[in-house]
Ligand binder design. Structure first.
Ligand code: SAH
Length: 348
């Protein structure tokens, strides 16, 4: 059987062309898009379309095709963690978080990851494949369908390395911004990377004001190389130079993620070293108590150590916050739920 086309894999023009080719009048395209991008992915429920059209659409197309394989809701803060099954049976994770400014989703960009960061739950499982634009879109729309809310912010900090799936991710960001889809402002989108320097430079030149977040996790190459293989490919100097270039071209500040791991990267000396490196750049440091992943030797820094680290940065006038640990009761650190599920089902 021929595989059904997915409407979420198409941009506005492609969808219009496909539907027109199949004999649908042009005004139906807008109606179908209005349903899809308000999170109603079921063709049979598109009540302003004639019944036979709904049946034909269901027979010809899919809309994302994600199944919720599991859903965990935090009792502490309402954060929702979704485990989605893709059409080919692979699984990925997404998270919905509620902030005072609205709902934010954290999306996956790949099935697995090949960057190999030692503290991360996705590393031992490796990369399976890139996600398509439609699969990234399907995560946010499936979440909208589930909660019946609009989403205002999107962060690409789920499973995978966004810059290892660069072209699809750039296409996805532009699609999110399209007025025919979700019309989300570029300024409300964030891409997080472990530090693929040539792609950071490409990103800086895309001409879209999307926020950049760098997973730094260390004050120098020596410490960074202990946990992040990517640090052996590009030095911190090269990385920070690329970030400066991003700021020069976009006038936007860079967020540096720093997961504090007990006795690995959390001393006050390291905080001072980090402050020295970032001095004079437009930046913000996000301190994150590391989530311990089963089978790794990394544990959270004690609270006092985190506070001391923060104070050193603040004294040096580096803006920093300690990230609120949303969903800490539901394995909200990305990759943990997928890993646990694959282990339970004997797939790893
Ligand atoms: N590959 C991208 C985005 C996905 S990971 C990147 O590296 O930025 C999202 C963030 O979670 C990254 O900052 C990553 O380093 C961090 N992270 C991964 N495992 C973690 C853990 N166990 N505890 C805390 N942060 C973790």
């Amino acid at each position: 059987m021929e595989e059904k086309l997915d409407v979420l894999d198409m941009n506005h023009d492609e969808l219009a062309e496909t539907l027109t080719e199949q004999g649908y009048p042009a005004f139906r395209v807008k109606q179908i898009e209005q349903w899809l991008y308000s999170g109603k992915l079921d063709f049979s429920a598109m009540s302003n379309l004639p019944k036979e059209m709904r049946d034909k659409l269901s027979a010809t197309f899919t809309a994302g095709g994600l199944k919720i394989a599991d859903k965990l809701i935090s009792k502490l803060d309402g954060t929702r963690k979704y485990l989605f099954e893709l059409k080919d049976g692979n699984i990925i994770e997404s998270v919905l978080m509620k902030y005072h400014y609205g709902y934010s989703v954290c999306l996956s960009t790949q099935v697995g990851c090949r960057m190999g960061c030692a503290f991360c739950a996705s590393s031992p499982l490796g990369l399976v494949r890139n996600l398509t634009v439609g699969e990234m879109m399907a995560q946010i729309l499936s979440i909208m369908q589930d909660v019946g809310e609009r989403i205002s912010h999107v962060v690409l900090m789920g499973i995978g390395e966004p810059f290892d799936n660069y072209d699809n991710v750039m296409c996805f960001l532009r699609r999110l911004n399209d007025e025919n889809t979700l019309n989300i402002s570029f300024r409300k989108m964030t891409v997080s990377t472990c530090g693929i320097v040539p792609r950071i430079l490409d990103f800086a030149r895309e001409g879209i004001p999307v926020n950049l977040s760098i997973s730094l996790h260390a004050p120098n190459d020596e410490v960074r190389q202990k946990t992040m293989p990517v640090a052996r490919k590009w030095s911190m100097d090269e990385l920070l130079r690329a970030c400066k270039e991003y700021t020069r071209l976009t006038s936007r500040r860079v967020t540096y993620e720093y997961s504090l791991i007990k006795d690995v990267n959390d001393s006050s000396e390291y905080a001072a070293m980090l402050a020295q490196k970032l001095k004079g750049t437009l930046c913000h440091v996000n301190l994150i108590p590391v989530n311990t992943v089963e089978g790794t030797r990394f544990t959270k820094s004690p609270r006092a150590r985190i506070e001391a680290f923060k104070q050193v940065l603040e004294k040096a006038h580096i803006a920093c916050t300690v990230r609120r640990e949303l969903g800490s009761d539901i394995m909200a650190a990305c990759g943990q739920l997928r890993r646990n599920t694959l282990m339970k089902t004997g797939k790893v």
